[in-house]
Design a protein around this ligand. Structure first.
Ligand SMILES: *Cc1c(COP(=O)(O)O)cnc(C)c1O
Length: 240
């Protein structure tokens, strides 16, 4: 059976090949390992294979895992919250995570700003955009993203880093590419609107199934779970 280290190597090779195929520098895409539903031991295995950045969907599960790894003496990790955010969970995020990619309304951003402990770096933030307009989905509407970006950029304990999106799978790669290209266009528009701050450098899109398409359309961070850690069981996926 392939180990987590084998899988990581294979995913890195996919990223490099995708960069080469569209003439991008191999270091221009970061890999976020999405460890939701997998335990601290799986994270430790990935760390041993050189991975540093991890994504978690469920705030409570993530906070516990972060604490477990710290207690185990595993240092230097970067934790990203990528799941839906409710007001009653913002304090845990502000106190435990380095990044949050799922900010989609000002009220949540304001709470994170107030709750970020003074001794920590500002919280790195991506706005989640509902790029394909799916009615039930999280994310700010594309036409409202500019106003939200301006407001979030003004909050001193947050640092606005870019956009994140989770487009629905499309039956045809060409259709998927159109959606991903829209996200890239919005990212560049907002960047220009904000005055091109150097920190606004992150377009988080692409997962296990579609990272090549996302890289071809300009993703700077792919979020990969199952291709690294294996298949999640449904029960575990909905538990936390
Ligand atoms: C689970 C998840 C991923 C990883 O998905 P895979 O298909 O397992 O690679 C990426 N982003 C978000 C927001 C997720 O919830």
């Amino acid at each position: 059976m392939a180990t987590i280290a084998d899988n990581l190597q294979a995913v890195r090779a996919r990223i490099e090949a995708a960069c080469a195929a569209c003439g991008r520098a191999p270091g221009s895409v970061q890999l976020l390992a999405v460890s939701k539903t997998f335990g601290p031991q799986a994270v430790a295995e990935a760390v041993a294979a050189g991975q540093r950045a991890f994504g978690e969907n469920y705030v409570q599960e993530g906070a516990e895992k972060i604490a477990a790894l710290r207690e185990a003496g595993v240092a230097g990790l970067q934790w990203h919250c990528i799941g839906p955010l409710q007001s009653n969970k913002t304090r845990l995020v502000a106190e435990h995570f380095d990044w949050v990619q799922s900010v989609d309304r000002l009220k949540i951003a304001q709470r994170l700003n107030e709750q970020r402990p003074a001794h920590l770096e500002p919280l790195q933030v991506c706005l989640q955009v509902n790029i394909d307009g799916a009615p039930t989905k999280a994310g700010v509407a594309p036409q409202e993203a500019g106003a939200l970006a301006q407001a979030v950029a003004a909050l001193p304990r947050l640092r606005l880093r870019g956009l994140m999106c989770i487009p629905d799978p499309q039956p045809e790669p060409a259709a998927m590419r159109r959606v991903l290209a829209q996200a890239a266009r919005l990212f560049h528009e907002l960047r220009a609107q904000l005055g091109a701050p150097p920190d606004f450098d992150t377009l988080s899109m692409g997962m296990s199934e579609d990272l090549e398409l996302a890289i071809a359309e300009g993703s700077t961070m792919v979020r990969v779970g199952s291709a690294i850690f294996g298949r999640r069981t449904y029960a575990a996926d909905t538990a936390a």
